[in-house]
Write a protein that binds this ligand. Structure first.
Ligand code: SF4
Ligand code: SF4
Length: 144
């Protein structure tokens, strides 16, 4: 057993600036595309409220449980659930079963993509100017 790392969201601090999506998509794609970033920012109340949604790196992850080829596995170094693109067959079952919709087949890469905590130093957390995103530790996961 090991500790679980995840990105905690403090939505009351979020200004909706989307710098987190910029940092995320720059790492994934080498350019800015908020629609393909691995975290979502929803704007509500005539742009008064902003809600970041990021993978919870669940202790019992539905995405990994339903994957028919076991392509999603936990990285023991970071605690993140990571997609093995060599194995992914792009069936998108992970997306269908994720309760918050933050994993799934990318339109251009044709492979499932999800937050992998940037190998332990999440770019979105570093880019967020308000502390609305923070790397947190909590609970335990079974790496077996
Ligand atoms: S899209 Fe890839 S990672 Fe997702 S369930 Fe299918 S094979 Fe597994
Ligand atoms: S960078 Fe921080 S404040 Fe800006 S949208 Fe993302 S979570 Fe919100």
């Amino acid at each position: 057993m090991a500790e679980k790392y995840f990105i905690k969201t403090n939505f009351d601090l979020c200004t909706g600036c989307c710098l987190c999506q910029l940092a995320c998509s720059m790492r994934l794609l080498g350019g800015y595309n908020p629609h393909r970033a691995l975290l979502r920012i929803e704007h509500a109340g005539e742009n008064l409220y902003h809600f970041p949604t990021v993978c919870n790196q669940c202790a019992n992850p539905y995405c990994a449980n339903v994957c028919p080829v076991q392509a999603i596995r936990r990285d023991p170094a970071t605690g993140a659930m990571v997609v093995d693109h060599e194995q992914c067959v792009a069936c998108n079952l992970c997306h269908r079963y994720c309760p918050i919709g933050v994993v799934g087949v990318d339109v251009e890469l044709k492979k499932s993509v999800k937050c992998d905590l940037c190998d332990g130093a999440p770019r979105c957390v570093a880019a967020c100017p308000t502390g609305a995103l923070e790397l947190a530790v909590g609970g335990e996961v079974n790496h077996g």
